[in-house]
Design a protein around this ligand. Structure first.
Ligand code: IVH
Length: 717
């Protein structure tokens, strides 16, 4: 019987590996997403029941969930060197001459590859299994980030037994990067939540790899492109190009943009060809890497102290253009943040025509000494939105006009405020400032919130301007105005019908998404889901104090204050009543999770610090599943303080003073029935429902979760 199970687990594991390969490397969906999900959930179930048969590289590992307090470091078997850089074509010709001299005129080929702008990564495969991922570090030692790397969906955890024979152990190097659409989405979400934006996709990728919770890493959808193969002893392949082909055959992602070139002129053609074309790729690139193809020739050429003599990087100049700054527009966002946007004479730059550029904030305007009428330099780095990097002072017209930052909201005239520590000015008129109200409505109807068919951002904005709607609840009065709506230009009866149906259907949208749609500051999708799952009804949520809210895992103090303050506002309470009257879901339906035991009934716990065996969220689950309660603050009534690593001394002192017992994670685990693994609950949660998300940090809202289903990822490559 158990061997049967073992076979079943192996078969499912292999099937899922195969489907992942087909989907990610070959763009083929062999089975519907739902079927894939079912298989994955079935595998997770079997693995829970029979943990002894779990393959270390099981496809279920992709969801992350491993918490690493501090990354151990490992020495690189082969040092990770850097490449000589150049911005000039003449240097490339010189490189070619040097190489040819070094090889005494022997015949030679180069491989040209794109230089991906991410984070270098060294991966070890042993017997076809991914066993380690190490960052470049200082080139000699790097951080071991294996559990984070495992969440990269395009990366095979176990290789296909196809193509050339695989050495029992080898290393693959390549670039981990954040695809541009993922980066854009992450920043849009951060902006919507009033958080600081990430500078560029490279920083986003490197920051993500350093996250301690691999489930968060999974949510950020990193990718990987392999560009080197290394093995002990003599390389089994004659050429770099043959090794790239083998890596591809084994299932590793290799960008198919590389090309074999026989002469330096062909190399330069490649360089020119990709100068503009690279902007059509969903990954940031900053140049071309040129490598001698033949491994023996590479060996002959050898290395300098820092870099190989057989390779060079050609970097494209940062794309910059000079154009006129006509005016500054001040945009007011959903949370009232005022962002200056420069309107420019249209100018071609990095594959698009730029008419607008960001100037970030008032400090930036002063720092650049911008004036209207100036000729300014705009650049597109890894960033999506071009930015103004400087002024051509020599060309400053005599009548250039100094920029006076508004002191009042450009939309409603309310005096702007600048909260301490924030770079942005804000319009505090949350209830009356039209662009804020409009943006709130747009957010409510957006795809990730109520997703109302027939009511896009533009339409809802139009209705708002026409005073047909004022807030989210008033949307539900629209069907009563059908006649009036049908008279509008571009509306017609059909559109009105579609809108009515869309509104009706939105009444089935689950509570967590409604909560997200309310647009409470700092409540992104993930936090909304945590809060909805914890409180289950809006009334329970509204009744919670900031202290209680802060005790919900993943909900930090800032979010807690923001939520509590939101429900204090009479207008917000009125909005909730309006939505209730409309029939919108303000509670989770379905059964609340059933407790596993009542072993901890009547006991309250505070969890503090970082834990060894389980994440804080897992422990919280475990306590609740066994009838216990979690709270945020230490009081005399508290049953236990569960102390993890790095717990603050103040907590320990307070608990000691109030005679609250302090226990360890293991002591807590010993209090509950054995045979129940907390990770089960978390896995269930992650794999069980289509809207699940990986845990996010307390003060960040992340983009949608690692879909357990590859189909939901979209085909980026
Ligand atoms: S080969 C001996 N190929 O560029 C160095 N590197 O300084 C071998 N990079 O951070 C590196 N794309 O991670 C190589 N196609 C590519 C690359 C690439 C990006 C990065 C690499 C490193 C830097 C090289």
């Amino acid at each position: 019987m158990t061997t049967d199970i073992q076979q079943q687990i192996t078969a499912l594991t292999e099937r899922l590996h195969h489907l992942n390969y087909q989907y990610y490397q070959r763009d083929i969906s062999e089975v519907p997403d739902q079927e894939f999900d079912q298989m994955l959930a079935e595998l997770a179930r079997l693995e829970r029941e029979y943990p002894q048969f779990v393959h270390p590289n099981s496809p279920t590992q992709r969801v992350g969930g491993t918490i690493t307090k501090q990354f151990p470091t490992a020495e690189h078997r082969y040092p990770m060197l850097s490449l000589g850089n150049t911005y000039s074509e003449a240097d490339l010709r010189e490189f070619d001459e040097r190489v040819r001299r070094g090889l005494e005129g022997a015949d030679l080929h180069y491989v040209c590859e794109l230089k991906f702008d991410g984070v270098a990564m060294s991966l070890t495969y042993q017997d076809g299994q991914l066993t380690q991922g190490v960052t470049r570090g200082d080139g000699t030692r790097g951080d071991v980030v294996t559990s984070n790397v495992r969440t990269i969906r395009t990366l095979p955890l176990h290789l296909r037994a196809e193509g050339p024979t695989q050495p029992s152990e080898f290393e693959v190097r390549g670039e981990v990067f954040m695809p541009l659409p993922v980066f854009a989405e992450l920043n849009a979400e951060r902006e919507a939540n009033g958080e600081a934006l990430l500078a560029n996709p490279r920083n986003a990728a490197s920051g993500t790899l350093k996250l301690q919770d691999s489930a968060q890493v999974a949510a950020r959808k990193l990718r990987f492109y392999a560009y080197s193969f290394l093995m002990p002893g003599r390389n089994q392949f004659p050429t770099h190009s043959a090794s790239l082909e083998a890596l591809q055959a084994w299932g590793l992602p290799v960008s198919d943009t590389w090309r074999l070139c026989g002469t330096i002129d062909e190399v330069l053609d490649f360089v020119h060809e990709w100068e503009k074309k690279r902007f059509t790729l969903p990954v940031a690139t900053d140049g071309i890497v040129i490598k001698v193809d033949d491994f023996r020739q590479q060996e002959l050429l050898g290395f300098t102290a820092k870099s190989p003599r057989w390779a060079i990087a050609y970097k494209y100049p940062a794309e910059a253009a000079r154009t006129r700054l006509n005016t500054i527009q001040y945009q007011v966002g959903r949370t009232g943040a005022v962002t200056p946007v420069a309107l420019l004479d249209p100018v071609p730059l990095a594959g698009t025509v730029v008419k607008r550029a960001s100037v970030h904030n008032a400090n930036q305007i002063a720092a650049l000494d911008l004036r209207l009428g100036d000729l300014v330099f705009v650049e597109k780095g890894g960033e999506i939105i071009p930015k103004i990097t400087g002024v051509d002072f020599a060309a400053r017209p005599a009548d250039a006009v100094p920029i006076v930052y508004p002191t009042e909201c450009p939309a409603c005239g309310t005096p702007l405020i600048r909260p301490e520590g924030e770079a942005h000015f804000r319009c505090p008129n949350e209830r009356g400032c039209p662009p804020q109200l409009k943006a709130k409505l747009e957010h409510f109807v957006s795809r990730k919130a109520m997703n109302i068919d027939g009511l896009g951002a533009e339409t809802v904005g139009r209705f708002f301007d026409l005073r047909l709607v004022t807030n989210a609840a008033s949307l539900y009065d629209l069907p009563a105005k059908a006649h009036e709506l049908a008279q509008l230009e571009r509306m017609g009866e059909k559109s009105v019908q579609r809108l009515t149906t869309g509104l009706e259907q939105s009444k089935q949208v689950p509570f967590d998404r409604v909560l997200f749609g309310l647009g409470i500051r700092y409540v992104g999708e993930t936090v909304a889901e945590k809060l909805a799952n914890h409180y289950r009804t809006i009334d329970a949520l509204a009744a919670a104090s900031a202290t209680e809210l802060a005790a919900v895992p993943e909900v930090g103090g800032v979010i807690a204050e923001s939520v509590a303050a939101w429900f204090q506002e009479p207008e917000n309470r009125q909005l909730v009543e309006g939505l209730r009257a409309a029939g919108v879901q303000l509670a989770l339906t379905g059964e609340a999770p059933q407790p596993v035991s009542d072993r901890l009934a009547g006991l309250t716990f505070v969890l503090s610090g970082v834990f060894e065996q389980h994440s804080r969220e897992e422990l919280q689950h475990l306590i609740q599943q066994n009838g216990g309660k979690i709270t945020g603050s230490i009081s005399k009534k508290l049953s236990y303080l569960v102390a993890g690593d790095k717990m603050g001394p103040a907590k320990r002192e307070k608990a000691t003073e109030l005679k609250v017992p302090i226990i360890t994670e293991n002591e807590l685990l010993a209090m509950i029935p054995t045979g129940f693994d907390a990770t089960d609950a978390v896995l269930d949660q992650m794999l069980g429902t289509p809207t699940t998300e990986a845990p996010a940090t307390s003060d960040e809202a992340l983009p949608p979760a690692p879909a357990s289903n590859p189909g939901q990822q979209g085909t980026l490559f």
